[in-house]
Design a binder for this molecule. Structure first.
Ligand SMILES: [Fe+2]
Length: 306
């Protein structure tokens, strides 16, 4: 990827994925254009005024999204059971960050997928992606309950990897939903981002995603073209939710989490991604029941085709 440059690799991967998934892509787009209202209704309908992502993001502090209370309760059980110790699935590459969740949790704690597939959440993501989305089955994981903890960091004074500014290249656009599972302050190493307009200006100024640039950008480089005051730290009370296009907004997180940070992370894409992860990685399979709504089935089964 470094030889070809990120943008060229994304173009190549997109062409490859179009050959494989153009029918799914057309189907998901047509469903969005012609049946979104019906699909949302069959899936339980909307329960509150819509959230609108502006400039690539929206923060919701209302605590009113469906199943959010259950997500917070169940997360506490998982955190109490597993936090503060290294899990077996831990990514050696990112010592400061680990997923506490397991695939079995999705059956044991149905609140997570109920939240991820609720009509209120999916209407926001669908409008942004202009199609019925799929919960990612490869990179990033579609659903993670992550602990960021400086105590695990083997180089705490050396921000690196996802602790440095970058924009996700996996799919264009890629929407993340992050839920704070505990109150979060600057000491927790908050997720930090630049709005889309500012990010795109910086991308052009820095020639980001070109052959000459690495994937990660130093603070010095980014703040040479962006005012530091533009950065938004996701420091809010427990239960706050951010919707964000992580492929269009520069971001970093988990930097020096002196106090452990706990966050639920959901990732949604369209049918034709801009990476090769689906060709080279095992795919996560989400539990489906016959009684699930059509919309829920489409979101949890990326290969589905009507
Ligand atoms: Fe990222």
């Amino acid at each position: 990827m470094s030889r070809l440059g990120i943008a060229n690799t994304m173009r190549l991967a997109y062409s490859y994925n179009r050959l494989k998934f153009h029918r799914q892509d057309r189907w998901r787009r047509t469903l969005y254009q012609t049946q979104l209202g019906t699909l949302l209704e069959e899936n339980g309908g909307l329960s509150r005024p819509p959230i609108e992502m502006k400039d690539g993001w929206a923060i919701d502090t209302s605590m009113s999204l469906p199943h959010l209370d259950r997500v917070l309760d169940d997360s506490e059980k998982i955190i109490a059971e597993r936090c503060g110790q290294r899990t077996s699935s831990t990514d050696a590459y990112r010592s400061y960050f680990q997923n506490l969740g397991t695939p079995e949790d999705l059956q044991r704690y149905p609140a997570f997928l109920d939240f991820a597939t609720s009509s209120d959440v999916l209407s926001v993501v669908s409008h942004y992606l202009q199609c019925i989305p799929a919960l990612s089955t490869t990179l990033p994981s579609g659903i993670r309950l992550v602990e960021s903890n400086a105590a695990f960091d083997d180089q705490p004074d050396n921000p690196r990897d996802s602790q440095l500014y970058h924009m996700d290249y996996y799919s264009l656009p890629l929407v993340y939903i992050l839920v704070l599972l505990r109150d979060t302050t600057p000491e927790h190493g908050p997720w930090t981002f630049l709005p889309r307009g500012v990010s795109q200006k910086a991308r052009r100024a820095l020639n980001y995603w070109s052959r000459r640039r690495g994937y990660r950008i130093s603070d010095e480089d980014i703040y040479s073209v962006v005012d530091r005051k533009e950065a938004i730290q996701f420091c809010y009370p427990r239960g706050t939710v951010v919707f964000i296009e992580s492929s269009g907004c520069f971001h970093y997180g988990s930097r020096n989490s002196i106090k452990p940070r706990f966050q639920l992370m959901l990732a949604y894409t369209g049918a034709c991604r801009t990476d090769f992860s689906e060709a080279i990685m095992p795919h996560q399979v989400y539990p489906l029941r016959d009684s699930d709504s059509r919309l829920r089935k489409i979101v949890l089964n990326k290969n589905m085709l009507g």
